[in-house]
Design a protein around this ligand. Structure first.
Ligand code: AWU
Length: 467
């Protein structure tokens, strides 16, 4: 199958948790001879490796602006992209000697389904979240279930049409659904984008069949077609191990690789707990207080990575590492205030457990590392991801939930310490790691799904070029 002429557009939503997996996925397409033009903004252009391949090109688009500070930031960004990027992409695509055969775009950019229709090519949704979370999101925005008691944050929202009929207290539903006035312009904008995702030609998900079979089957049934491709984990992995090349995936680390590797090398296998809450979460003061006390009480070796506001960005109220904490844990605690080389840390033999907010990239990275996981979801799809890990897969233990369900520091410290033991969760996590490595190995399920997608896209290209 000739893929050399297959040309696709890859259009990430410009935040780390969405750009990182789509760029990694783009590289797997290029490795199959597909020509990819990545639509980048100046912010995420820096995340692209330089001179990666002649098959990997970029089209630079204007950085989203936020003219109306009162407007929901995500709505503002997507609105800007739709109004300012759409015409540029249209003109550029129509001027190409080999027009793109498809647009692969983040699920926050549902409007690209309309752009693809104008270009007479299929639009493929790229989901940086898993199949369970995508199933919940599609059902939430399509069916718009009511909280049975809107005034009560603990009112239950259930999803009876999904496998295992999940249900959530209202406060765990993505804030995009209930922070914007139901039926108001922002709510409708999100809903329209999500409904356009459902109408799109196909969907690529950073997951693997053995991990989310029931939800992948559910999506195929709901969407009425088989074009649901589980191609993950889409990490920069060499066969059998996670890439530890110095390339700083997702951003420049605040600490040198040498320092963190030297610190980890000096510790026993599986003796370190890694703690990180993704690229967007700021802990509140009370969360930081309980977490740092728990790490002190637990007595474990740990690497704690916490976000600090970027220069010039005033973050909402956030917790800071308590004064004297680093001194009190000297010798067993390594604190990173900024950006950690997460993949490098997780793949180190010394790391045995991972306290995570359950952002989907962190979930996938934790699973491929075979570490026991402790869940502390904070928002977005993370409560669903934690439900999958704890209740359905049994590879994780609940540490806490957002700001509402936080154990005493002594109890949290106990859970952290126990996670380093030979727990049943760890045994299952190691089995799932093996499944993940098989999935992306030669002949694995994710390789087969990716081959099927590339074949379909090359056939679309042929039809397109002869029509
Ligand atoms: P991750 O998905 O773990 O978390 P967020 O950044 O919060 O991602 C969606 O994107 C998630 O499903 C959502 O829940 C939403 C968001 N990283 C790193 O290398 N160093 C750091 O210090 C911190 C993060 C990397 C990490 C991962 C990514 C974070 C898809 O939360 O390895 O790849 O940044 O993504």
């Amino acid at each position: 199958m000739s893929t050399a002429t297959t040309h696709v557009l890859a259009y990430p939503f410009p935040t780390s948790g969405h750009v990182i997996p789509l760029l990694d996925f783009t590289k797997t397409l290029v490795s199959r001879g597909v020509h990819v033009t990545v639509l980048v903004t100046p912010y995420n252009e820096a995340l692209l490796p330089k001179n990666y391949s002649p098959l990997l090109q970029t089209l630079l688009l204007p950085e989203p602006q936020f003219p109306n500070p009162k407007q929901n930031r995500l709505v503002s960004m997507v609105t800007f992209m739709r109004h300012h990027h759409y015409p540029i992409i249209m003109d550029w695509a129509q001027a190409q000697p080999i027009p793109p055969a498809a647009i692969i775009s983040d699920f926050f950019l549902g409007w690209t389904h309309l752009l693809a229709r104008d270009l007479h090519v299929p639009r493929v949704v790229f989901s940086p979240s898993g199949a369970f979370a995508l199933s919940v999101s599609y059902s939430l925005w399509r069916d718009a279930p009511q909280n049975d008691n809107p005034e009560d944050p603990n009112g239950v929202v259930s999803f009876p049409n999904l496998p295992n009929s999940p249900f959530y207290p209202w406060w765990q539903i993505t804030h995009l659904f209930h922070d914007t006035e139901r039926g108001g312009p922002e709510w409708k904008f999100h809903r329209e984008n999500m409904l356009l995702n459902i109408d799109s030609w196909g969907v690529v998900i950073n997951t693997f069949t053995e991990l989310e079979q029931v939800y992948l089957n559910h999506l195929k049934k709901e969407l009425g077609h088989e074009r649901v491709f589980a191609v993950g984990p889409v990490l920069p992995i060499q066969t059998g191990s996670i890439s530890t090349k110095p390339e700083e995936r997702g951003g420049n680390s605040t600490v040198s690789r040498h320092d963190i590797m030297e610190w980890l090398d000096a510790r026993d296998k599986g003796s370190v707990v890694y703690v990180c809450f993704g690229s967007r979460t700021f802990l509140t003061s009370s969360q930081m207080e309980v977490l740092t006390r728990a790490l002190e009480i637990s007595g474990v070796n740990f690497v704690l990575s916490v976000r600090v506001p970027e220069k010039g960005h005033v973050a909402k109220e956030h917790g800071t590492v308590p004064r004297g904490f680093s001194d009190r844990v000297k010798g067993r605690g390594f604190v990173i205030e900024g950006w950690a080389p997460q993949l490098v840390i997780l793949s180190h033999r010394a790391v045995g457990a991972f306290v995570s907010h359950c952002g989907w990239n962190s979930v996938v990275e934790g699973l491929i590392s075979g570490v026991a996981m402790l869940t502390w979801p904070m928002g977005a799809d993370q409560y669903t991801n934690a439900k999958l890990l704890v209740d359905e897969l049994g590879v994780a233990v609940r540490a806490a939930e957002g700001e509402k369900v936080i154990p005493e520091a002594s109890e949290l410290g106990k859970r952290i310490e126990e996670a380093l033991g030979r727990t049943k969760e760890r045994v299952k996590a190691e089995m799932l790691r093996d499944d993940a490595l098989l999935a992306i190995g030669n002949g694995g399920s994710s390789q087969r799904e990716l081959d099927a997608l590339v074949k379909l896209l090359s056939e679309v290209q042929r039809v397109e070029s002869t029509s």
